[in-house]
Design a protein around this ligand. Structure first.
Ligand SMILES: Cc1cc2nc3c(=O)[nH]c(=O)nc-3n(C[C@H](O)[C@H](O)[C@H](O)COP(=O)(O)OP(=O)(O)OC[C@H]3O[C@@H](n4cnc5c(N)ncnc54)[C@H](O)[C@@H]3O)c2cc1C
Length: 421
């Protein structure tokens, strides 16, 4: 089993009364979108260059987001409650339009929250999700740690080991996690570990490591090409003991699942994959936010900049590039909205629609931001203008949460039923 497996547990069939989504957003959706846009425009974008240069977590901005109610488990619950599923992509697009590094500092917690929400018991959800955020006066972040130095695309290669200590009723975690967003600076870490290495990713489980647990330490903080306001680091687990209650979903459910797998029956959802499937459309929306920022900037620049006695947009070469950018961004957004709606309304991703949305959005963002640099010419290549930062930020969207190749593999397997390699 690897990150490329498509035999995930599918959500239940759609309810008969599936809420439709409309191209005409509801008043509530427009209000929230405009509210987030205001924060992105007034607070996030003006601070973007500074935090990119500092390459540090922008705690004051996370706190400001918490104080206006944008960074909290209540707000995430409100966005998620939207029955069309569009609110989360709307919010993410606007925030990341402001800046992706700061956006990820605010939204990075969501991946851990998605894992707890998707796999935890009601008690675990109630206990741990609020702790991922802290309070408006004392904000916290959370991390989801699946990847390891030798387990990126191939999640089945995870070697971090979880062993149950019958004497104390604790789980003991040992291993190394790589590239964890918020790794080491989080209050709550969700760790993917193997309880039975022979079962590949079907032997994985997700564990909460509570704040201050001995044995969890931060390794090297990674210096990055883009998304530099977002903290990325290795995490070491060295005889890290967590209470039995920190196994997401509980031991009874895990034992049942492992027994089924050992009998050769199909395993239910794998700990890391389930989280990635649910979050891919939202990640796609973030990429669209970056692409749209670059497109809008390049459009205005092309109208202002004159060469050969006329605005450069009067040349078809420039105008057509902008037309293509708009076209591709809108097409990517439609895929994201479709997948978000399907995910929220319980429709199975029979053709890997979640992967499609993330693949398209990541590739469009990388391509459109490069086009924007080109339209700005020499200025586009300098740090005096934001498009080079947007291009650096966009590139990660073809890599994390499954690279473009992995998304294509998932789609190819889903449409063909063939175990394409
Ligand atoms: C900024 C940042 C933040 C991150 N945040 C997190 C996080 O919060 N939590 C977390 O768990 N991880 C995180 N990651 C890790 C990220 O998910 C991995 O980097 C990603 O999954 C790719 O794995 P890899 O880097 O090992 O690349 P590899 O898997 O080594 O891939 C290298 C290349 O080989 C290609 N390739 C691999 N297998 C195949 C195949 N079967 N067919 C075709 N091509 C293939 C890939 O597409 C890629 O081009 C983060 C990474 C970064 C850089």
């Amino acid at each position: 089993m690897s990150a490329t497996d498509t035999t995930l547990e599918q959500p239940a069939e759609a309810a008969p009364e599936t809420p439709p989504f409309s191209m005409e957003l509801s008043q509530d959706q427009k209000d929230i979108r405009d509210w987030v846009h205001g924060f992105a425009e007034g607070v996030v974008r003006p601070a973007a260059a500074e935090w990119d240069e500092r390459e540090e977590t922008p705690w004051p901005i996370i706190q400001e987001a918490a104080q206006i109610g944008l960074y909290s488990f209540e707000s995430l619950g409100q966005f998620f409650a939207d029955e069309t599923g569009l609110m989360l992509p709307l919010v993410n697009e606007e925030l990341f339009w402001g800046d992706a590094g700061i956006g990820m500092s605010i939204m990075g917690t969501t991946l851990a929250v998605a894992a707890i929400f998707g796999q935890g018991t009601p008690e675990q959800i109630g206990e741990w999700i609020p702790q991922c955020y802290g309070t408006a006066d004392d904000v916290k972040v959370a991390a989801f740690c699946a990847s390891e130095p030798n387990a990126g695309s191939d999640v089945s290669a995870v070697r971090t080991r979880a062993k149950f200590d019958e004497a104390t009723g604790e789980w003991v975690l040992n291993g190394q996690k790589a590239w964890a967003t918020n790794g080491g600076i989080s209050d709550v870490h969700v760790i993917i570990a193997t309880v039975d290495p022979e079962l590949g990713s079907r032997g994985h489980a997700a564990f909460i490591v509570p704040p201050g647990t001995p044995g969890l330490t931060q390794g090297t903080k990674v210096k990055k090409h883009g998304l530099r306001a977002s903290h990325t680091a290795d995490v070491f687990l060295d005889d890290c003991r967590v209470p039995g209650a920190c196994l997401l979903g509980g031991k009874e459910r895990l034992d049942e699942r492992l027994a089924r797998v050992r009998e050769g029956k199909k395993g239910k959802s794998q700990a890391a994959m389930a989280t990635f499937e649910a979050s891919r459309p939202t990640v796609g929306a973030q990429a669209i936010g970056i692409a749209r920022a670059a497109y809008e900037y390049a459009l205005e620049y092309a109208k202002d900049r004159e060469q050969f006695g006329k605005a450069i947009i009067e040349n078809q070469a420039i105008a057509f590039a902008l037309a293509d950018m708009k076209l591709e961004i809108d097409a990517a957004r439609l895929l994201v909205w479709r997948a978000s709606w399907m995910g929220r309304t319980g429709q199975p991703f029979r053709n890997a629609e979640g992967s499609m949305s993330k693949l398209k959005a990541g590739e469009v963002a990388t391509w459109a931001t490069e086009r924007a640099i080109h339209i700005l010419g020499g200025n586009g290549y300098t740090r005096e203008f934001p498009v080079e930062r947007w291009h650096r930020d966009a590139k990660i969207y073809t890599i994390f949460e499954g690279t473009s190749e992995i998304q294509r593999l998932v789609i190819a397997r889903a449409i063909s039923g063939v175990h394409v390699r």
